[in-house]
Design a protein around this ligand. Sequence first.
Ligand SMILES: Nc1ncnc2c1ncn2[C@@H]1O[C@H](COP(=O)(O)OP(=O)(O)O)[C@@H](O)[C@H]1O
Ligand SMILES: [Mg+2]
Length: 331
Amino acid sequence: MASGNLLRKLIKTGVEGNFEAFRQASAEVIREEREKRHHLLANDLEKILYGRSSDTTPSQGTLVGRLPVDRERNLPLLRIKEPFRRLEDVVLSDENGSVLDELLQEHHRAEILRSYGLFPADRLLFCGPPGCGKTLTSEVIAAELSLPLAIVRIDSVISSFLGETAANLRKVFDFAAATPMVVLFDEFDALAKERSDEAEHGELKRVVNAFLQMLDDYEGKSILVAATNHETILDSAVWRRFDEVLVFELPNLEQIRRLLAIKLRGLRREFDSDETRIAGFFKGMSHADVERVLRRAAKDMVFSGNEFLTERHLQAAVQREDIRRARIKRR
Ligand SMILES: Nc1ncnc2c1ncn2[C@@H]1O[C@H](COP(=O)(O)OP(=O)(O)O)[C@@H](O)[C@H]1O
Ligand SMILES: [Mg+2]
């Protein structure tokens, strides 16, 4: 970790908007980290500071300026997010973990594959209940490959004029084809949302078909990820269009243990988070639920003036989560 003075300088120059001084301070941080032999961190920081090594990847600012918009309402059809979280921040099942490793490997070594006329997988389907890491995993892929993450705003894509919806999708695919990114079609099945009107429903089905057709024809620079909470749409006509399908599920006890280790990093605690018994408190929760409960427990700790997180804080927070669930269920 960089020295206190250097961090002060870094933040001060950043807050003051003095870009040149900020660059110099950042370069100093990188030098320090290199001297400490933190090469991976130094490389990462360099990439952030000087931009990406590959000159085909435009900066976030350039991308935002070029976002396609819906003609009718002038709304951008995607939003760009700088990805931060990396592989070590996500808990995956063994199966998803190996699919992901393979995928990253294919992209890291895309040139070799291409020389044999092969292409890395670039159409992925993520399915499973909310809060189990579909969006996070898209972010991780982007971060690991140093690509921007573009999240398609399905609500903007769906126009009140159905013909316009297909045109919007076309714009999104063209944008994705032109620039290397990870493009996430989050809850893409919203394209097929039931409408009361039968005729309109038929039209929407055509939109989904248009989407699948564009996916079939897609030959571009980006990785396309379609995510859905509803497995019912997963008939073979849909999933055979994708190179890889990842199914996200609620974490098992072992995965909860790993999740606790990640989320409690840096927090002083009076219990051993590696214990299966502790993981058992969170049984049946999604990863996002676990995270929320831990946040609540940590707040309790702060308000009660404790310096250590205790089992009691965890149990109280779990109890409140149970009450919250019961309340939601009653509705
Ligand atoms: N598998 C996971 N590993 C680590 N954290 C997770 C995982 N799944 C969810 N989270 C946490 O919960 C948050 C919300 O999850 P998200 O990826 O948006 O879920 P989904 O897209 O499946 O609904 C994430 O930003 C992350 O902090
Ligand atoms: Mg999501």
